[in-house]
Design a protein around this ligand. Structure first.
Ligand code: ADP
Ligand code: ASP
Ligand code: MG
Length: 403
C-alpha cells in the first residue's frame, strides 16, 4: 500500500517529536507499506523566519521570502531522514524541486501547476520512505523556489497523493480529527467520523486551520482519500474527508468556524451613482486583495454606505488602494477588532429556520451582528472580536452539536 503521510509543525516541533514520527513511519514500513512523508517546519520556525525578515524590511521582497521560508521544511525533512536511516530504514529526503513540484510564480502564495513524479517513483524503488519538504515548489518560469501559502504542507501532501494515486493521504496534527468546532475553544466539541469535502472546504476557508483550504479543494478535485488524525495518539482513528454520497447521516449543521483575521472597512456617504462599486472593487482586485463580505445601503439622502471585509494581512495594501476613493466619500474607517463566525452544513440546503436560530443565539448573549452573508451551506456573521469565543460556544449549543 502506498501512503502519503503529512506531519505538521507540532508533530515535528522538537527532536523527540521527530523521533516519534520516525516510529509511526516504522510501523507502516514493518507492515510492508511504501511511504511518502511530507513534513512542515518545526513549530514556530516559519514565524521566526518571517520575524527575521521584518527586521530588515516592512515589505520584504517576496521571492526572497520564499527562499527564506522554504528552508524550515528542508531542515525537518533531512532530520527525519537521518533518524530513519539510523534505524536501518532506507529513507531519502527531497526538496519540492526534487519531488518535481512546479508552480506559477506568485511568490508566497504559489499555485501548483504540475507534478513530475519520475524522480519520486524511481526513488521509491530504492528507498522505502521518501521525505518531501512541504509547502514549496519551483516556478516553471523562473526556476526559483516558491511557497504555497501558510499551511501549505497540507497541499503538498494532497497533491502528491493525487499525482502518485496513493491509497490514502493521512494528515497528522495535534488533534485527533475534525471536530464540530475548534476543541481549544469549545471543549464540548465532538469529533466527526466523516465530513464531506464541501463542508470541510467551507470550514477551512472560514477559519478552521486544521486543514489548509486549498488542500481540501485539491482533495475533492482528485478524489483523494483524506484523513485527519493525531501524531500524539496515532492509535486513534481520525476523520475521513470524503464525497457527500459516502455520508449517510447529514446533520443540518456540521460545524462552527471562527476567523479572527478580518477587518471591516466602512465607507460612509458615498455618492449614489452607477460605477462606484465597480471602480472600488476592481481596484482592490487588481491588487490581489481578497474582498469577502459586501453590504451596501442607500439612505434617504441619496448617499450610500458601503461595508466590506478583507483579511487582516491585506490591511496596509487596502488603505493604499482606498486613498484614491477618499474624494468620493465623507469618511472611511477600518475596524480590525472584528471576527467572523460561521455555521456550516450541507443539510441547510433543505431546512428552514437555520439562520434565525443563529441570530437568536447571539441576541441572547447581547452580541451585535454587523454583517451577515449566506450561501447554500453556510451562514457567516461579522461580530466584535471580544465576543468570538462566546459566540462560537453559543452557536455550538444552539445547534446541539455536543449531542
Ligand atoms: P499543523 O501544525 O499540524 O498543520 P494546525 O495548527 O495548522 O496544525 O491545525 C491544527 C489546529 O486546528 C488544532 O490544534 C485546532 O486548534 C485547530 N482547529 C480549528 N478548527 C478545528 C476543528 N474544527 N477541528 C479540529 N481542529 C481545529
Ligand atoms: N511551515 C508553513 C507554515 O507554518 C507551512 C506548513 O506548516 O504547512 O505555514
Ligand atoms: Mg496546518
Amino acid at each position: 500500500m502506498l501512503r502519503v503521510l503529512k506531519f505538521g509543525g507540532t508533530s515535528v516541533g522538537t527532536l523527540e517529536r521527530i523521533d516519534n514520527v520516525a516510529q509511526i513511519i516504522k510501523k507502516f514500513i514493518d507492515a510492508g507499506d511504501k511511504i511518502v512523508a511530507v513534513v512542515s517546519a518545526m513549530s514556530g520556525e516559519t514565524n521566526k523566519l518571517l520575524e527575521y525578515a521584518s527586521h530588515f524590511s516592512n515589505d520584504p521582497v517576496k521571492k526572497e521570502l520564499d527562499m527564506l521560508l522554504s528552508s524550515g521544511e528542508r531542515v525537518t525533512s533531512a532530520l527525519l531522514s537521518i533518524a530513519l536511516n539510523d534505524m536501518k530504514i532506507k529513507a531519502t529526503s527531497m526538496s519540492g524541486r526534487e519531488a518535481g513540484i512546479t508552480t506559477d510564480d506568485c511568490y508566497t502564495y504559489a499555485r501548483i501547476e504540475h507534478i513530475d513524479t519520475k524522480n519520486l517513483i524511481n526513488s521509491l524503488d530504492n528507498s522505502n520512505v521518501i521525505i518531501v519538504a512541504g509547502f514549496q515548489g519551483i516556478s516553471k518560469d523562473t526556476s526559483r523556489v516558491t511557497t504555497l501559502g501558510r499551511g501549505g504542507s497540507d497541499l503538498t501532501a494532497v497533491a502528491l497523493a493525487g499525482a502518485l494515486s496513493a491509497d490514502v493521504c493521512e494528515i497528522y496534527t495535534d488533534v485527533d480529527g475534525i471536530y464540530t468546532t475548534d476543541p481549544r475553544i469549545e471543549p464540548k466539541a465532538k469529533k466527526l467520523n466523516k465530513i464531506s469535502y464541501d463542508e470541510m472546504l467551507e470550514l477551512a476557508s472560514l477559519g478552521a486551520k486544521v486543514l489548509q483550504n486549498r488542500s481540501v479543494e485539491m482533495a475533492k478535485k482528485l478524489n483523494v482519500n483524506l484523513i485527519s488524525r493525531s501524531s500524539f495518539t496515532p492509535e486513534i482513528e481520525g476523520t475521513l474527508i470524503t464525497k457527500e454520497e459516502n455520508i449517510m447521516e447529514k446533520p443540518v449543521v456540521s460545524g462552527i468556524a471562527l476567523d479572527r483575521n478580518q477587518v471591516r472597512v466602512g465607507m460612509y456617504g458615498v455618492a449614489d451613482k452607477p460605477g462606484i462599486a465597480s471602480s472600488i472593487f476592481t481596484a482592490l482586485a487588481d491588487d490581489n486583495i481578497n474582498v469577502d463580505m459586501i453590504v451596501q445601503t442607500v439612505g434617504n439622502d441619496g448617499k450610500t454606505n458601503l461595508d466590506f471585509t478583507i483579511p487582516t494581512a491585506d490591511l496596509e495594501s487596502t488603505k493604499k488602494v482606498m486613498e484614491k476613493f477618499q474624494k468620493d466619500t465623507q469618511d472611511i474607517d477600518y475596524n480590525d477588532s472584528v471576527c467572523k463566525v460561521s455555521i456550516v452544513g450541507v443539510g441547510m440546503k433543505s431546512h428552514t429556520g437555520v439562520a434565525s436560530k443563529a441570530f437568536t443565539a447571539l441576541a441572547k448573549d447581547n452580541i451585535n451582528i454587523r454583517i451577515i452573508s449566506t450561501s447554500e451551506i453556510k451562514i457567516s456573521m461579522i461580530i466584535e472580536e471580544k465576543y468570538a469565543e462566546l459566540a462560537v460556544r453559543s452557536l455550538h449549543d444552539a445547534y446541539d452539536l455536543d449531542k
